[in-house]
Design a protein around this ligand. Structure first.
Ligand code: ZN
Length: 192
């Protein structure tokens, strides 16, 4: 059951395809196209994908319907110049990176779909543990090297002279007194 009490019939973050049919999360029916069927429930595909943890681009149609739709689109591409122009504009957007930028902007601030989270977990799980361990060791070694390089940088003194005696600060003991005007004017800038 979802947080709002909606009962569901297919696992969150998954589209269950049974042969040519897709199972509707909301009623458990097997359908050629859940996209079309959602009207019965009064849901939009966007709300459906969000509620059941599916990615934005996830198809809600069976493979047969998808193929038919793709074929129909191809013929429209040939015969309808408006569609062709729209598609050329889309390709242009994809080529110069605008599409990716828009998608990134659209994705910002949205919750992470369960489907994508699982993909990332699966990808991580596919990496052999010894490779992960080696990468971690490499990273630790690089960090150590960086820290060591920083402490031997030529401009930095390795140590800062004798430790100050009791009751004296380091500043006094090495003779660097703050200038007498230092600290003046503080009263002016301190918060009232
Ligand atoms: Zn349904």
């Amino acid at each position: 059951m979802l947080a709002d009490g909606t009962v569901f019939y297919a696992p969150i973050g998954e589209v269950v395809i049974d042969d040519e049919l897709v199972i509707c999360h909301l009623c458990g029916w097997s359908l050629r196209s859940v996209t079309v069927h959602l009207r019965v429930h009064g849901w939009t595909p966007g709300a459906y994908r969000e509620a059941f943890g599916l990615e934005r681009g996830q198809s809600l149609e069976g493979p047969g319907t998808r193929k038919l739709r793709a074929a129909a689109f191809t013929s429209r591409l040939v015969f309808e110049s408006a569609v062709r122009d729209g598609s050329a504009a889309g390709r242009e957007r994809a080529r110069d990176g605008r599409l990716a930028r828009d998608a990134a902007a659209a994705a910002r601030g949205r919750s992470f779909p369960e489907q994508r989270r699982r993909k990332a977990v699966r990808a991580l799980a596919a990496i052999p543990p010894e490779v992960v361990a080696r990468a971690n060791r490499e990273r630790a070694r690089r960090n150590l090297a960086r820290v060591a390089a920083r402490s031997t940088e030529p401009g930095l003194p390795r140590h800062r002279g004798p430790r100050p005696g009791p009751g004296r600060t380091r500043r006094q003991s090495c003779g660097h007194q703050p200038p007498r005007w230092a600290g003046q004017g503080l009263a002016v800038t301190s918060p009232r």
